[in-house]
Design a protein around this ligand. Structure first.
Ligand code: PXP
Length: 257
């Protein structure tokens, strides 16, 4: 029997603007303005904006979320920890999507995935009102099948697979280990899609490592921040995003061949 190869749909790009706020906060001033960056990202073709309101407000602040909700024409993906404070903020704003992430005060960035499997009952209750409010709830997890299955079980609509280890391995020159991690991400994406979850990925993605990730057919969205904001220093935000879009499309096209 011949199988028809289905071309995967367009891969969405969510631009994370947290680190525009990091630079602003470094001087305690009003600039650079994360909202201005978000609006420029929209112009450059971002399909969504991601912002992480951390418990310590080290980058994005409550007023940024209000400004984004008021002005964006693309969906806001609101990242936060699964705390009571954040639940109240989400229910006030009702963003298009909420991505739950683990958060430790002492970490520099979101270091690992959320342990959904060990927190099933609490997370089921936690996300219920968010789902009722119409938010698409996403779990930021590793590709561990236990975590993927647990995310489906609690009623999440989306999983975002953590690509941090993949990007670190490649950056440190461990190509073979990076390939293995890529294969695990592919298997995770397949499992998640088979359970009816929408699959996203992100963390540590750059021009050099994004194409093999974009080629994973089950992926619907990538969320990319730190590299893009850094690259914007050299070529400007819009060209930086446009180049990422081009590389993502190139990766996706390779998959269809
Ligand atoms: N996705 C999630 C859930 C994240 O926490 C982050 C980092 O805030 C990203 C994507 C983007 O990662 P990076 O800034 O390394 O591109």
């Amino acid at each position: 029997m011949t199988q028809t190869l289905q071309k995967p749909g367009k891969l969405r790009l969510g631009v994370n603007i947290d680190h525009v706020a990091t630079v602003r906060n470094a001087r305690g001033s009003a600039w650079p303005d994360p909202l201005r960056a978000a609006l420029l990202a929209e112009t450059a073709g971002a399909d969504g904006i991601t912002a992480h309101l951390r418990e310590d407000r080290r980058h994005i602040r409550d007023a940024d979320i209000e400004a984004l909700m008021a002005a964006l024409t693309v969906p806001l993906n609101f990242e936060c920890a699964a705390t009571a404070e954040m639940q109240a903020i989400v229910l006030r704003h009702k963003p298009h999507a909420v991505c739950l992430v683990p958060e430790k005060r002492e970490e520099r960035t979101t270091e690992g995935g959320l342990d959904v499997a060990s927190d099933l009952a609490r997370l089921t209750d936690y996300i219920a009102p968010l789902r009722e409010a119409g938010c698409r709830v996403s779990m930021f997890i590793s590709h561990d099948p236990r975590q993927i299955e647990a995310s489906a079980k609690i009623g999440a609509a989306v999983v975002e697979l953590h690509t941090g280890l993949y990007s670190d391995l490649l950056a440190d020159g461990h190509a073979a280990l990076g390939e293995r991690e890529l294969a695990s991400l592919q298997a995770g994406a397949e499992l998640a899609a088979s359970l009816g979850l929408e699959v996203h990925a992100g963390h540590g993605l750059t021009y050099d490592n994004v194409e093999p990730i974009a080629a994973i057919p089950e992926l619907a969205e990538l969320n990319i921040g730190h590299f893009l904001i850094g690259e914007a220093i050299f070529r400007g935000l819009e060209p930086a995003i446009e180049e990422m879009r081009r590389r993502m499309d190139q990766g996706r096209d390779q998959q269809g061949r």
